[in-house]
Design a protein around this ligand. Structure first.
Ligand code: F0G
Length: 488
């Protein structure tokens, strides 16, 4: 038997370091690259909101990695043996076993996706007017905590907001400020401490195991609960192995186990962690489990399926096991690392170091002439779609909301996220993404702002519609056609 190697970055004879695809293509989906005028029409129809574009309009879908990672042949094959019993499904038994093997947690509540786990956890544990300290929020987490009357307190270090940095763990929580908050407000005023693996909204940035251990110590000192959002835990574990000296020689399985052992509750979106659908809440505490168990049948479904199709439950079981394999987990971060270095080399502002999930372009610098009230990240996402057919996602003030006076709560960062779902795109597609971004950078002065024309009160970024301020989209499309004669 040949020994398996867990690295995928190779040095070419020419000197370049290139991330190799450690898989081969078996089943494919055709994609369409519309001409620039059709892209302009599509984004106008979508109210300049990339969430409202449709698949035929999109060349490369880099909106998210949520439910869009490629499945493995092993995952798909197991879907055929799913046990569709309403209660007592053996598919769930297999998923429970996988959770135990990977996270070392014995009790598992299945839920239909990550935010459903947040709903259950928030309903049971967030008391009105209490604080929930965390390294950084995620949109749905914040919404659920606030819905219960809780207050999110983000205790990141200044480094987390620095776009170009070489800090390996920008997702760390500030331990001193955490302790200060608990001392000042009293432990009764804190519902729990939340840590998010590969902190999504600051650019998929990991925390270190040393940091998580400190969080555990503080939690123990004040008898508080630690809740770990493990939606992107595989990538965080991989970056711990790569970047934290004490773990260079550890395998992913043992890192994952240690991360999980430091939390009282581990929840995840299976859409991210295992390329499928669904989610789960996992714990070793009978007391916590019993409290949460009550409401799962009410909102999700019976305790052995929780609103997830049994076929997907089989895929989760295999997907969790695959999360312990370096050559599965490293595919997306290594492509992101390649993109980030190339984009930086070309002089464009990008969140560094590369993290998990995707490549994050800093719209505040890219479009320094667009005021934050005119949504630079939203404008950049729309402009980039027009000149590439690539769908990214706005992660800035559009993804925020308004205060009680109706003013926009300006986001800390204005990012265009180009997600790199696991094992979906090839390196030549990545090269195209970089090249069109480079073209846009050369023409960035042409891009203007956006304003809302339809604005939902909650999570407005999903369904809200905007319009361009001025005719910059038309001018941009004309310029593109001038330089690329076939409009592609
Ligand atoms: N927590 C984190 C860290 C997430 O990234 C997500 C989803 C959720 C919770 C919610 O899970 O979508 O299954 O309900 N992130 C997706 C994204 C939507 O595109 O970043 P969900």
């Amino acid at each position: 038997m040949t020994s398996s190697n867990s690295e995928n970055e190779v040095k070419f004879f020419s000197g370049r370091t290139v991330p190799l695809e450690m898989h081969k293509v078996k089943v494919v989906q055709s994609v369409n690259l519309p001409v620039v005028e059709d892209r302009l029409k599509a984004i106008k129809k979508a109210g300049f909101n990339t969430f409202l574009l449709e698949t035929p309009d999109i060349f490369l879908d880099m909106l998210t990695d949520s439910g869009t990672n490629a499945m493995s042949d092993q995952q798909v094959s197991k879907m055929f043996i799913a046990d569709d019993a309403y209660a007592g499904s053996q598919s769930f038994t297999r998923m429970k076993q996988a959770v135990l093997d990977v996270f070392g947690k014995e009790m598992v509540l299945p839920v239909h996706q990550g935010r459903a786990a947040e709903n259950v956890i928030s309903q049971i544990f967030v008391r009105p007017s209490t604080f929930v300290p965390m390294n950084y929020h995620f949109t749905t987490t914040l919404a659920h905590i606030e819905l219960r009357g809780g207050k999110v307190v983000e205790l990141y270090k200044p480094e987390a907001m620095k776009i170009k940095s070489d800090h390996p763990f920008k997702g760390n929580i500030d331990i001193e400020r955490l302790e200060e908050l608990i001392r000042k407000e009293g432990r009764e005023a804190v519902s729990f401490i939340r840590m998010e693996a590969s902190t999504n909204l600051i650019g998929g940035q990991p925390f270190s195991l040393a940091n998580l251990k400190e969080v555990r110590k503080v939690a123990d000192r004040y008898s508080l609960m630690v809740v770990l959002d493990a939606s992107l835990i595989g990538e965080n574990a991989y970056m711990i192995k790569k970047r934290e000296e004490a773990y260079h020689d550890s395998d992913l399985r043992s890192i994952l186990r240690e991360m999980s052992s430091l939390a009282d509750i581990v929840y995840f979106s299976a859409r991210k962690v295992s390329s499928s659908r669904g989610g789960a809440i996992c714990t070793n505490s009978k007391e916590l489990f019993e409290k949460m168990k009550e409401i799962v049948p009410l909102y999700e479904g019976f305790l052995t399926y929780g609103g997830i199709s049994v076929r997907e439950i089989e895929a989760i079981a295999v997907g969790l096991e695959e999360t312990t394999r370096e050559n599965v987990v490293n595919q997306s971060p290594s492509f992101i690392d390649y993109m980030v270095k190339e984009i930086d080399r070309l002089g464009m502002p990008v969140v560094m170091p590369g993290g998990a999930l995707g490549c994050h372009i800093d719209a505040m610098q890219f479009l320094a002439h667009v005021r934050q009230e005119e949504y630079p990240a939203g404008a950049l996402a729309a402009a980039y779609y027009i000149v590439s057919g690539v769908r990214g996602m706005e992660r800035g003030t559009v993804s925020s909301h308004r205060d009680s006076e109706g003013r926009d709560i300006l986001s800390d960062l204005e990012l265009l996220r180009l997600a790199v779902p696991r094992r979906v795109f090839t390196l030549s597609q990545v090269e195209y993404v970089i090249d069109r971004l480079n073209w846009l950078y050369a023409h960035r002065e042409m891009i203007g702002g956006l304003r809302f024309v339809e604005e939902p009160a909650v999570l407005r970024f999903f369904m809200g519609r905007m319009e361009a301020i001025g005719d910059w989209p038309e001018k941009l499309a004309l310029q593109y056609r001038k330089e690329f004669a076939n409009g592609l």
